[in-house]
Design a protein around this ligand. Structure first.
Ligand SMILES: [Ca+2]
Ligand SMILES: [Ca+2]
Ligand SMILES: [Ca+2]
Ligand SMILES: [Ca+2]
Length: 531
C-alpha cells in the first residue's frame, strides 16, 4: 500500500474536487459525467464510508489507500478565492472552518498542504515531505542520569543536560549531550568536581556555544552555590562561575536575557530571611554578577523557574509556605528589569502545591504547571497580566500524575509534559485548548519514566527530555521526538478530510494522528463552461 501511495503522490500534484450540490442557488448541476471526467466524480473519498453519520477518522482510515485521480480533469477559468497558507499544526484531531465568502456555483475546490513552511506541496490526504519522523533514544551509563532540559540546536540537532553519576569527576556532574537531528549522540561532556554538581538547564548562545546552569558543591563559597558553565560549540569550557554564600544556594533555572546576559533563579539559605527564599541572580554575557535579589518570607520559599517577560522584567515561579493558605502554594513573583518586585500572587494552599514551570502567554498573562494533592495530581493555572487567576485545572491520567513543563500552541492552547501511571509512571504529553480542556493525550513507556522538559521543534513536533529507569543502568536520559500530534512512529493516516460546506465555509478535519498536514491552502476556481 505504501508503494501505491508514493506512486500516486508523484503522479498527482493537486487533487481537484468538483462541488455543486453544496452551494445554494445552483443554476447548473455539474457532475462528473456531464464534463466527461472519469475517476473523479461521483467518487468522493470524503464520504461517510462506514455510514455512522459522521465523516471522521474511521472514514479516513478506510480511504487512505484508495484515492486517486489522474491529471487535471477540469479546466480552471479564474481563481475566485485563495485562503493562502493556513497554519494548522496544532489542529490534530480537530474540525475547523475556512471561510471564503463566495456564494457561487460551477466551481472547483482545490485543497493542498505542506508539512513545513519550506517543504513541497502535497495534495489532500496523500504525500507529505519534510517531516522528520518521531524517534526516541537513551543516553547513559550504569548509574543515574536525569535529563532536565532539552533544546533544539541551530544545526537541527539537540542538546540535553542534567546530572550524571556514571561519568565525570565524582558524585554527580553536569552532563551535556549533543545529538544530530535523529538523536544520534555526536559528543558528550561533563563539568564538575569531586562533589555533587547538578545541572538543570541548557541554552545555546549566539556564538553557537552552550551555557548550562545548576548548582555545585565542589566549588564556591560553601555548601552548594549556583553554578554557570559557558562552553564553545564543541562543549569545551570557555569559563565558569559560582554565585552564593556559606550555606545552600541551589540554581534551578536559567534564561538568556535580552542584553545577552543570564538570569538564574533558585533557592538560597545563605541570604534568606528564614526557611529559604527565592534567589534571582542577574549576570552579564561573561557571567559577571550585576545584581541579585531575594524574595520570601519567614518560612520556606523555593523557586523552580524563571523567564524574562515582554517588558524586560522577570517572572519567577515556585512554591511558598510563607504566604498563601497554609501548605505549599504556587507562588508567582513578577519583577521589573532590575529585580524589584512589582507584585506576587499565590495559588492554592492547604494542600501541597508545587509549581514547576511558568511561561508568558500570548495575551501577556502567565501559565503555570505543577503538582498538587500530595504530589499525586497535575495542576495548571492561567493568570492575567497582573497574576490574577483566570482558571485552574487539575489533571489525573492513569494514577499519580505530574505536570512539569509546558509550551503554548499556535491556537492559544497548551502542550504539557509530565508523567502518569498507576503501577509505574510513564512519560505523559497532552494538548489542551485555550481554557485547559484536554484535546489529545499520549504516553510513552519504557520502565518507570518521567518527562521533565519539552521544546517545540522546527517541523512542528516536540522534543521531550525524560528520564527512564530502563536504560544502561539505573536511570538514563531519554530523548523523545514526536510529530505535532505526539506520535513517535509514522502513521499512514494521511489526512485532511473535507467534511462539510455551506455557501461560505468549508469545514475540514485534520486526522488525530496525521503527521503531514501542518499547513493547508484552499483555492476556489471558476470552471470553464462546457460546450
Ligand atoms: Ca561532581
Ligand atoms: Ca553556598
Ligand atoms: Ca523564606
Ligand atoms: Ca544510567
Amino acid at each position: 500500500m505504501r508503494q501505491n501511495l508514493l506512486v500516486l503522490a508523484s503522479r498527482i500534484f493537486t487533487v481537484l474536487l468538483l462541488v455543486s450540490a453544496f452551494f445554494v442557488n445552483a443554476t447548473t448541476s455539474i457532475t462528473g459525467s456531464d464534463v466527461g471526467v472519469t475517476g473523479l466524480w461521483p467518487y468522493n473519498p470524503w464520504w461517510d464510508v462506514n455510514d455512522d453519520g459522521k465523516i471522521d477518522i474511521q472514514d479516513l482510515a478506510r480511504v487512505s489507500g484508495a484515492f486517486g485521480t489522474y491529471g487535471d480533469p477540469l479546466a480552471k477559468a479564474s481563481l475566485d478565492y485563495d485562503s493562502g497558507w493556513i497554519d494548522i499544526t496544532d489542529k490534530c484531531g480537530q474540525y475547523f472552518n475556512v471561510t471564503h465568502n463566495l456564494n457561487s456555483t460551477d466551481i472547483i475546490v482545490d485543497i493542498t498542504g505542506k508539512t513545513t513552511a519550506d517543504s513541497g506541496v502535497h495534495q489532500r490526504h496523500l504525500g507529505g515531505t519534510g517531516y522528520a519522523q518521531g524517534w526516541n533514544q537513551t543516553y547513559g551509563g550504569e548509574n543515574n542520569e536525569e535529563a532536565c532540559s532539552v533544546i533544539q540546536t541551530y544545526d537541527g540537532g539537540y542538546a540535553i543536560t542534567g546530572p550524571t553519576i556514571s561519568f565525570g569527576a565524582g558524585n554527580e556532574d553536569f552532563w551535556l549531550v549533543k545529538t544530530d537531528a535523529s538523536g544520534n549522540m555526536q559528543w558528550n561532556k561533563t563539568y564538575g568536581g569531586e562533589l555533587d554538581d547538578e545541572s538543570r538547564c541548557v541554552v545555546q548562545t549566539s556564538d553557537g556555544g552552550y551555557t548550562i546552569a545548576g548548582f555545585t558543591s565542589s566549588f564556591g563559597a560553601g555548601s552548594s552555590d549556583f553554578f554557570l558553565v559557558k562552553t564553545d560549540s564543541d562543549g569545551n569550557i570557555a569559563w565558569n562561575r559560582t554565585y552564593g554564600g556559606a550555606d545552600n544556594d541551589m540554581g534551578e533555572s536559567m534564561t538568556l536575557t535580552s542584553d545577552g546576559g543570564y538570569a538564574i533563579a533558585g533557592y538560597t539559605t545563605s541570604f534568606d530571611i528564614g526557611g529559604g527564599d527565592f534567589w534571582l541572580v542577574k549576570t552579564d554575557a561573561d557571567g559577571n554578577m550585576q545584581w541579585n535579589k531575594t524574595y520570601g518570607g519567614l518560612d520556606s520559599d523555593i523557586a523552580n523557574y524563571v523567564i524574562q517577560t515582554n517588558d524586560g522584567g522577570f517572572a519567577i515561579v515556585g512554591s511558598t509556605i510563607s504566604f498563601g493558605a497554609g501548605g505549599y502554594a504556587f507562588w508567582l513573583v513578577k519583577t521589573d528589569a532590575a529585580g524589584n518586585m512589582q507584585w506576587n500572587q499565590t495559588y492554592g494552599g492547604l494542600d501541597t502545591d508545587i509549581a514547576t514551570t511558568v511561561i508568558q502567554t500570548f495575551d501577556g498573562g502567565y501559565a503555570i504547571t505543577g503538582l498538587t494533592s500530595a504530589l499525586t495530581k497535575a495542576r495548571m493555572v492561567k493568570t492575567d497580566i497582573n497574576g490574577n487567576m483566570e482558571w485552574s485545572k487539575i489533571y489525573e491520567g492513569q494514577g499519580p500524575s505530574w505536570a512539569l513543563s509546558l509550551v503554548q500552541t499556535s491556537d492559544g492552547g497548551y502542550t504539557i509534559v509530565g508523567s502518569t501511571g498507576s503501577s509505574e509512571s510513564d512519560v505523559w504529553l497532552f494538548k489542551t485548548d485555550a481554557t485547559g480542556n484536554i484535546q489529545w493525550s499520549k504516553t510513552y513507556e519504557r520502565g518507570n519514566d518521567v518527562g521533565w522538559s519539552l521544546t517545540r521543534t522546527d517541523d512542528g513536533g516536540y522534543a521531550i527530555a525524560a528520564w527512564t529507569m530502563l536504560g544502561a543502568g539505573d536511570s538514563d536520559f531519554w530523548l523523545i521526538k514526536t510529530d505535532p500530534c505526539g506520535n513517535t512512529s509514522p502513521y499512514f493516516e494521511y489526512g485532511l478530510a473535507w467534511t462539510d460546506s455551506t455557501s461560505n465555509t468549508i469545514t475540514l478535519y485534520r486526522g488525530a494522528n496525521d503527521a503531514h498536514w501542518n499547513y493547508v491552502r484552499v483555492r476556489i476556481w471558476k470552471i470553464k463552461e462546457t460546450p
